[in-house]
Design a protein. Structure first.
Length: 223
């Protein structure tokens, strides 16, 4: 129950952070424009996630699912470390890509192993999918929150990144965005939502399905 409450609290925090970003990083087209649309889409995704979580009563979550949420929140801390490494340590290329891939592979492997273990334990492929979904969604929620906090409170870290400076130099002549801060605020916002949906829930379901098959097979072969 505490795990599901914490997950809901993280999603609520993400919603508040997106609202702050909308007003903090105003653009010439404010209150309309593509950036406003990006914020609106982000809010819809987060609100839909929160509504989904609110409709699930705590008593409906099994011990396994609660464990998956707890593990997913822990996995999400690895995303936070990865985001922090990129924006505080700021390794150059190709090292940064290597570091990103190591973190992504580690988190994916942890989600897969969780799904395999639970499917092996219950003998059900569906359990693997469920485990992958909850651990993936929870990890993505933490990653999303970390990125949004960085936008609101750590923009100076983003602006000091040599790779970001070079990117802004290359694109500023072809964009109508007034400053580098506004540009990367919405670039990072898109990445935050991607971590929640694609690298979180969707990757979790896919890895959960694979883990479910492996776990189910193991439950048959090893009795």
């Amino acid at each position: 129950m505490k795990n599901s409450f914490l997950l809901k609290a993280i999603i609520v925090t993400n919603i508040l952070l997106v609202v702050i970003i909308y007003f903090k990083y105003c653009v010439p087209a404010f209150p309309l424009g593509l950036q406003a649309l990006e914020c609106l889409v982000s809010l819809v995704v987060l609100a839909a996630t929160l509504l989904f979580l609110l409709r699930i009563k705590p008593k409906w979550l099994t011990n396994i699912q609660n464990s998956n949420i707890r593990l997913g929140l822990c996995f999400g801390l690895l995303w936070s470390i990865e985001i922090g490494t990129n924006n505080i340590v700021r390794p150059g290329l190709p090292l940064r890509d290597i570091v990103d891939n190591i973190f992504w592979a580690s988190i994916a492997l942890l989600i897969l192993m969780t799904a395999i273990y639970d499917a092996r334990k219950t003998g059900k492929i569906l359990q693997g999918i469920t485990s992958g979904f909850w651990s993936g969604l929870s990890s993505g929620a933490v990653a999303c929150m970390t990125a949004l906090i960085l936008i609101v409170f750590g923009m100076n870290l983003i602006l000091l990144d040599p790779l970001n400076i070079k990117e802004w130099t290359d694109v500023k002549a072809n964009t109508n965005l007034p400053t580098m801060a506004v540009y990367f605020a919405f670039q990072t916002l898109a990445g935050a939502i991607m971590h929640l949906v694609i690298l979180g829930a969707m990757m979790g379901i896919i890895l959960g399905f694979i883990g479910g098959i492996i776990g189910k097979t193991l439950s048959i072969l090893i009795k």
